[in-house]
Design a protein around this ligand. Structure first.
Ligand code: ADE
Length: 226
C-alpha cells in the first residue's frame, strides 16, 4: 500500500509519520507514505497556489492548475484520488477497511476557504471526517492514514483490530489492567475466573449494553438485531 499526500503544509505530518505504530509500519515497509508540496507544481512565477474568489467574498481559493498537475504527476492506473473536505462522505470504520485494500491512495488536502469547484472533477472521491470545519484537510488526512495503516496486515495483531469498536457496529467491551482494586473500584470477577467462554460471553454482553446505552443508532445496523 502506498499513500501520497498533496498539501501546502508538509511539515504538519512530521510527528504523525515518525511516531509509534505508523513509524514502525513504514520502517517495516508495510506501507509507503510520501508527503508532497502542492506549491512545487505551480507554473506561476510567484509560486501562487491560491487567489481571490471570483465574484467576491472572504478568504482565498485554491487554483486548479497546480493541483491538476500534482495529481497527474503521482497518479497511476492503480490510484484512488481522495479529496479531504467537509462536503465529502462521512468517514467510518467500514470505509477504513475498504481503503486498506487500495494499492495506491492520493490524499488531497486543501487549506484556506476551499478548492476551486473544478478541482472536484479530478478526484475519485470526497471524504469528510465529521460535521465540523478544520483549517485544512491535513489533520483529516492524518486520521485516514492512521486508521487505514493500523488495518494493514502485519501492522498490529489482527485480534487487536478485529475486536475494535464499530466492527459489527458494536462499541468495544470494557478492559482493565492492574491493580485489581483501585480506590475500591474492582475488576469484574468474571475476568479473574480464567473461564474463557464466560469471559467471551461477558464481553459480548457488555458490548451490546454499552452500544445500546451510548449508540443505539449503531445497534440497529448490527447483526445483533437480525
Ligand atoms: N477539511 C476541513 N474540514 C474537514 C473535515 N471535517 N473533513 C475533511 N476535510 C476537511
Amino acid at each position: 500500500m502506498k499513500i501520497d499526500v498533496l498539501t501546502l503544509f508538509p511539515e504538519m505530518y512530521d510527528g504523525v509519520l515518525n511516531s509509534s505504530i505508523i513509524k514502525r509500519a513504514r520502517e517495516n515497509k508495510l506501507v509507503e507514505i510520501n508527503v508532497h508540496n502542492i506549491r512545487d507544481f505551480t507554473l506561476d512565477k510567484h509560486n501562487r497556489v491560491d487567489d481571490y474568489p471570483i465574484g467576491g467574498g472572504e478568504g482565498m481559493v485554491l487554483m486548479p492548475e497546480p493541483i491538476y498537475r500534482a495529481i497527474n504527476h503521482y497518479k497511476t492506473d492503480d490510484s484512488v484520488v481522495i479529496m479531504m473536505t467537509p462536503q465529502g462522505k462521512t468517514y467510518n470504520q467500514k470505509m477504513a477497511y475498504e481503503f486498506k485494500n487500495y494499492k495506491h491512495i492520493i490524499l488531497l488536502c486543501g487549506h484556506y476557504e476551499g478548492f476551486d469547484e473544478r478541482i472536484r472533477s479530478f478526484v475519485d472521491m470526497e471524504v469528510s471526517i465529521g460535521d465540523f470545519v478544520l483549517t485544512g484537510g491535513e489533520l483529516a488526512s492524518m486520521v485516514l492514514i492512521d486508521s487505514i495503516t493500523r488495518l494493514i496486515d502485519g501492522v498490529i495483531e489482527r485480534d487487536s483490530h478485529e475486536n475494535d469498536s464499530f466492527n459489527n457496529n458494536l462499541l468495544d467491551y470494557p478492559v482493565y489492567t492492574k491493580p485489581i482494586d483501585f480506590m475500591g473500584m474492582k475488576v469484574p470477577d468474571v475476568l479473574l475466573s480464567g473461564h474463557h467462554a464466560n469471559i467471551a460471553k461477558w464481553r459480548h454482553d457488555e458490548q451490546i449494553k454499552k452500544t445500546m446505552l451510548r449508540r443505539p443508532d449503531l445497534l440497529e445496523k448490527s447483526d445483533e438485531c437480525e
